[in-house]
Write a protein that binds this ligand. Structure first.
Ligand SMILES: Nc1ncnc2c1ncn2[C@@H]1O[C@H](COP(=O)(O)OP(=O)(O)OP(=O)(O)O)[C@@H](O)[C@H]1O
Length: 273
């Protein structure tokens, strides 16, 4: 939990609790993140990482606690295009009949009128974003026809086109080979160096020090937060990974009222903004 400097944190989560019926997915979670920082969100399966992302995006209504992004509500931050969200790959409908550049252009929908017609500036923003993630040659390809790493880069390109200041990335390295992981790590660091912030969940503990300025170890509660070298200690990792994960109860309808469409459809339809 660091703010690393003065000013309003880009992310300020306080005392957040989320339950799915009897399952306590998050208890009393507080996390802050300053501008220009990459924070790794680390925890075993079922420790609440995806739930935290969904609560940050307003896709779940917390039972208790608050979320502020850039000093405003999630809805206000999304309306301004300040935040972009990459859900886990299995939550996305990859058969959706859209091309790579269509998905990247979705990052601009918040700025366009109802007709969503791209002008020259928007087309240039899409081109630049595709170029930056190295997908220019694949721009006309249907998104299901991409490799795992390329799919992740489409979402990052969308957030670049959107000019999002906060990227929420749920397991961007899952199913990605080492070369692609290195490319994405470099890309995320260059976005960080432009003053953007990234909250990224990952199972790749070895990659955390190279990527992250700070880390949060989650196990329904925040077990440790701060500098990766202080968070990823033997003792903390034993507490997070040595203990059994929270009861993997069968997925049931949530009692936390969904405040927006499910992540899968939201992820492709609204550009996360
Ligand atoms: N829709 C749901 N209904 C009921 N329980 C749920 C639901 N979604 C998640 N859970 C439960 O909430 C807890 C946290 O799940 P969550 O998906 O947030 O964990 P995670 O850390 O993202 O896991 P993974 O690394 O496997 O993606 C788990 O116990 C999970 O079984």
């Amino acid at each position: 939990m660091t703010t690393n400097g003065a000013g309003t944190p880009v992310l300020d989560v306080r005392d957040l609790s989320v339950r799915y019926n009897e399952v306590h997915a998050l208890d009393d979670v507080s996390v802050t993140l300053a501008a220009g920082r990459i924070c790794g969100l680390i925890g075993v399966n079922g420790s609440g990482k995806s739930t935290l992302f969904k609560a940050l995006m307003g896709l779940l209504v917390p039972r208790e606690g608050s979320v502020e992004l850039f000093g405003m509500t999630t809805a206000q931050a999304r309306k301004r295009g300040l935040v972009a969200y990459m859900p886990q790959a299995e939550e996305v409908d990859w058969t959706f009949p859209v091309s790579v550049s269509d998905v990247v252009a979705m990052g601009l929908y918040g700025r366009l009128g109802a007709a969503r017609r791209l002008g020259a500036a928007e087309r240039a923003a899409v081109d630049d974003a595709l170029e930056r993630v190295g997908l220019t040659a694949l721009r006309r390809r249907q998104i299901g026809q991409l490799s795992g790493g390329q799919r992740k880069r489409v979402f990052i390109a969308r957030s670049i086109a959107q000019d999002a200041r906060l990227l929420l990335l749920d397991e961007p390295f899952a199913g990605v080979d080492q070369a692609s992981e290195r490319t994405m790590t470099g890309l995320l660091k260059s976005l960080r160096d432009e003053g953007r912030s990234v909250l990224v969940s990952t199972h790749d503990l070895a990659g955390v020090p190279a990527l992250c300025d700070e880390a949060v170890l989650l196990h329904r509660r925040v077990l440790a937060a701060g500098d990766p070298s202080e968070v990823l200690t033997h003792g903390n990792l034993a507490r997070a990974f040595g203990a059994a994960p929270p009861d993997p109860a069968p997925r049931a309808p949530v009692d936390t009222a969904p405040a927006a469409p499910a992540a899968a459809s939201a992820s492709l339809s609204d550009g996360g903004s």
